[in-house]
Design a protein around this ligand. Sequence first.
Ligand code: PLP
Length: 394
Amino acid sequence: MSLSDDLSQESACIHAGEVHDQFGAVVPPIYQTSTFRFRDTEHGAALFAGAEEGYIYTRMLNPTIQACENAVAILEGGAYGLGCASGMAAINTIFVHGLRVGDHVVCSDSVYGPTHTLLRTVFSKWGIESTFVDTSDSTAVERSMRPETRMVFVESPGNPTLVISDIERCATIAHAHDAVMVVDNTFMSPILQQPLALGADIVVHSMTKFLNGHADVVAGMIVVKDKETYGSMRKILNQVGGVIDPFNSFLVHRGIKTLALRMERHCTNAMKVAEYLERHEKVVRVYYPGLPSHPQYAVAQKQHKGPGGMITFELKGGLEAGKTMMNNVRLCHLAVSLGGVESLIQHPASMTHACLTKDEREKAHITDGMVRLSVGIENADELIADLAQAMSNI
Ligand SMILES: *Cc1c(COP(=O)(O)O)cnc(C)c1O
């Protein structure tokens, strides 16, 4: 990583993670190989002993993967990245690495559904307890801390309510209790929020979303600040095996080149759509960090460089009205996932958050009438026209 520290995010998107190979390739080549030839037995032994730098086997590391890891690490202001097969593979690796039997986790209650389920059903089985708490309320975070709390896991903005947690405050609380502060930065991307600069120790991404941005890859990334954590995390990732592959690394790295540009457009489009929805007579409530009506608007202003592309809203007439709208969109697709160039609309209670019990959803303020919209980079007026015609059916 030789990029200067003061390079802008826009330029870093284009140049971070460049490789300098013998042919002068401008774009990182796809090293579609599972294994790497050793010059001789001494070379192989030296690589395994870590006495020499180089590649051994793609699950351990691969140049195309490393280029993508470097790019995201630079954008996040971290030191090292670890490419994973999916966002969930990345989250699982962080848990396996950082937790042992008897430990306790404090986690945002408004968190990606499978993250919640993983802690509640898998890690609980291994004697690791989790408390799900509204992390936008730092006093609630403080109250949830126990002597055995080893990790605070915050997703901000939260999913799907877009509730915003003060990362700096949560990190201070975590560190006062000797716990590691992890932030899922998927909804913002490093262009709009840099958790490491706010005190987080580890950042995790589902690169499936904004980082790749084209809805054609499932991938994840972990970014850490120091060599020691990197080394031990790399070992765990190598053992649990959920690594990204060279081709997907190439695709994500390619997507990142337009990340700053895309985020700018996601933000302006979503702002227009959110303002439109907030004025609409059939809409009860809009959750969008760019609107002054957002409950944590002040934190958003402090913590984000832009309000992002995600909007959640509630229609008059609740679930039935939402269904009518979602069944009538034409430009937007009715699909889960988010952060792609195309707009996607979905129903959290029956789709992304169906894995939570109704009780858990209520606790996390996820109502049956909520609709989540990932605003793409289409023409904003055409998006608004599509939403208007879909709502006219209600
Ligand atoms: C999608 C998502 C994940 C999981 O990522 P996958 O790539 O689907 O495994 C984790 N966190 C957030 C916030 C997400 O949106």
